[in-house]
Design a protein around this ligand. Structure first.
Ligand SMILES: [Zn+2]
Length: 679
């Protein structure tokens, strides 16, 4: 400490001398632009590197671990009061090297209490009594539920009483006088109930019912929070927009609803002979035979004995082996249709759709869209691992859960994309939404192009970021998305495709996609951090991309390139390129030649495109010494040059692409320039 302080004082003193002498004007020791070339490490990731749970290969470290939580849930829906009552047992496998002195619970339904923080402008449709917990035990011992209300409080190292804190918030803590020892397990039992929120209006988030006839329970039971090697217990509150970070485990769920109501959900139905009609079972048995969309329960098959087996109430039993959540839906009258998707290397899986008869038009193309998404993303990243996918109709239209999307055809491609993240690759979406929504937005571009049977065009998005960079409200992508503010949508959804457009401009789009697929396979059913992604991609792409990740993820800077000057002497043309932004980029110049003249002489770093034009590339390294200008010397043997364009594929963030051409055209609007790239 002392040594470092002394050194920095000395250099300050030296600098002061230079300034005092007025010598800085001509012999400045400071570069014009200092470029950071490494990936910033937080204390959490440093600790993980030290413990060997993660490392700079970007793959799970030799000591990687994650908790597993296995749920057994029995739930009963009372349609008269729109209330679910549940009893659950969670087997917590403490695979961590720590003994756990508390258990953190996620109680998302408490966001409907009206007394907890919510992210603006998020407004639930209805205030309720939240998650009501009436009994809780840990390893059979009763938990005191009457501790004073309020926040979590500190994690006491030696709690004296088994009690729960913060039960009226979205994150509660159970203090454990007897810790859960490392590499042991504990059983948590909870009896609970909560009213499914409905209410008037549309477009509210997490609205779970229409009246008392359609229900979409999501985030509907007390969940054990993630405990990981980066932060220990995940104490993030649930504010609405930023969604999931959940443990993997087995779900064994029994759902008790009125007979005649169809139930869909995560997992595989265990007791079709108890809840379905013989006709429905026979129709289901043929779903995997072809791509035909089959009706399992039609609009004229309503009520006990017709839509379902006969009786007063029926208990639907669903099991999912390794998933990080469980969602379901039920309605007094659902139409049930099914088709299939054929997963490469795996074979056919069913796609189910349940919707209200009067809303059938929103599902007319849903089956083929979901099939294309499952098959395309399986080829792009890795095969879809789950045994089925279900599209559920209701007020929630545009939400994702394992094997389940609350979506009609409108969002079917995007929501199906979420089966890769966070359902198979379980990123921490609450903090790093770009690893879910952003990756998803990028792949949706590829899927849409594939649907049109066209190659995807990623020219344009990278450059367009230059017009946003500098907006005061923009949080860096590494800023916790729970607190991203008014530009949450840009930070979490829109910026990632721009970043990956630029990455493709450096290494090629197909290389980006191959590396990303390898990363997905390396982290399937695990919890990668951003650093795992960054290091993995840099290694897989065999590029030192520290600078790239730093500027895109940790800053809101752009490149702002321009051509300053062009001079020709003999066969050589010197192009002065300037970058006004803090982010560097490779220099890519498109050179258009006169149609006739001396033969084109090859240049080592140039590719001749079509006989009258060539693309010349200089690596990003040309900026690392700190100058803001770089002079590219072109020598193609004396053929006259008619036009030079900087960043011809529009991949590098640029505030004003109008100054990227030489000779400079009179006031070409930036929009028109980029429009040229996006074709
Ligand atoms: Zn999404």
């Amino acid at each position: 400490m002392t040594v470092r302080l002394t050194r920095s004082l000395m250099s300050l003193a030296a600098l002061a001398t230079v300034w005092a002498n007025g010598a800085a004007q001509t012999t400045s020791p400071l570069p014009e632009r200092a470029i950071r070339r490494d990936i910033p490490l937080t204390n959490a990731i440093r600790r993980a590197f030290g413990a060997g749970t993660r490392d700079s290969t970007g793959r799970p470290g030799r000591n990687y671990w994650q908790l597993r939580t296995d749920y057994t849930i029995s739930a009963r829906l009372d349609a008269a009061t729109s209330r679910i009552s549940g009893r659950e047992s969670v087997l917590i496998h403490n695979t961590s090297p720590d003994s756990l002195t508390s258990i953190l619970l996620r109680l998302d339904p408490n966001i409907f209490l009206g007394t907890v923080p919510r992210a603006a402008p998020w407004v639930p449709a209805e205030n309720t009594d939240g998650m009501v917990i009436t009994r809780m035990t840990v390893n059979g011992e009763a938990v005191n539920l009457s501790a004073p209300p309020g926040g979590l409080g500190p994690d006491p190292t030696r709690p004296t009483e088994l009690r729960a804190l913060g039960l009226n918030t979205t994150v509660a803590r159970i203090a454990l006088p007897t810790p859960i020892a490392r590499r042991s397990s504990a059983t948590l039992e909870i009896d609970w109930s909560f009213k499914l929120p409905g209410g008037p209006g549309a477009g509210h988030r997490m609205t779970m019912r229409w009246g008392d006839t359609v229900y979409q329970p999501t985030q509907w039971f007390p969940r054990v929070a993630v405990y990981d090697d980066l932060r220990g217990w995940d104490t993030e509150v649930y504010l609405g927009p930023s969604e999931f970070y959940n443990n993997f485990g087995r779900f064994d769920v029994k759902i008790d609803v009125p007979a005649g109501w169809i139930v869909s959900g995560t997992g595989v139905l265990q007791n079709p002979e108890e809840v379905l009609t013989p006709a429905a079972r026979e129709r289901l048995s043929r779903v995997l035979e072809s791509d035909v969309v089959r009706t399992i329960v039609g609009p004229d098959e309503v009520g006990p004995g017709k839509a379902t087996a006969a009786g007063d109430r029926l208990v639907w039993h669903l099991v999912a082996d390794t998933v990080n959540d469980f969602a379901w839906a039920t309605a007094k009258q659902y139409v049930w249709q099914a088709t299939r998707a054929t997963i490469p290397g795996k074979g056919p899986v069913p796609i189910h759709m349940v919707f209200l008869p009067e809303r059938a038009r929103f599902y007319a193309n849903a089956g083929p869209i979901a099939r294309h998404a499952l098959e395309f993303y399986s080829r792009l990243w890795m095969p879809y691992e789950f045994p089925q996918l279900t599209l559920q109709d209701g007020p929630s239209a545009g939400m994702e859960y394992p094997m389940v999307i609350n979506s009609n055809q409108g969002a079917a491609d995007h929501e199906t994309g979420h089966q890769w993240w966070p359902m198979m690759v379980s990123n921490n979406e609450t903090w790093y939404g770009w690893m879910d929504e952003g990756f998803n937005q990028y792949m949706n571009i590829l899927s849409a192009a594939d649907t049109r049977q066209q190659p995807p065009n990623l020219d344009g998005p990278g450059q367009s970021y230059g017009r946003i960079s500098g907006t005061e409200a923009e949080p860096p992508m590494m800023w916790n998305a729970n607190y991203a503010g008014p530009m949450y949508g840009f930070q979490t959804y829109s910026k990632t495709p721009l970043m990956l457009s630029m990455l493709g401009g450096i290494v090629g789009d197909s290389a980006v996609q191959r590396a990303h697929a390898e990363w997905a396979r390396a982290w399937a059913f695990k919890h990668p951090s951003p650093w795992d992604y960054l290091f993995f991609m840099s290694n897989a792409l065999k590029h030192d991309l520290g600078w790239f990740w730093y500027y895109w993820l940790f800053t809101t800077e752009s490149v702002d390139g321009s051509i300053q000057d062009v001079t020709t002497a003999g066969s050589q043309t010197s192009v002065v390129v300037r970058q006004d932004g803090q982010m560097p980029s490779p220099v890519v110049l498109k050179v258009q030649f006169a149609p006739t003249g001396p033969a084109l002489r090859p240049m080592r770093n140039a590719t001749v495109v079509d006989g009258v034009s060539a693309v010349v590339t200089y690596p990003v390294d040309v900026w690392f010494a700190g100058s803001r200008t770089f002079t590219a010397v072109l020598d193609f043997g004396g053929r006259a040059i008619e036009r030079i364009t900087l960043d011809p594929y529009c991949r590098f963030p640029d505030r004003d692409p109008g100054d990227n051409a030489w000779p400079r055209e009179a006031a070409v609007p930036a929009q028109a320039q980029t429009g040229g790239c996006r074709g």
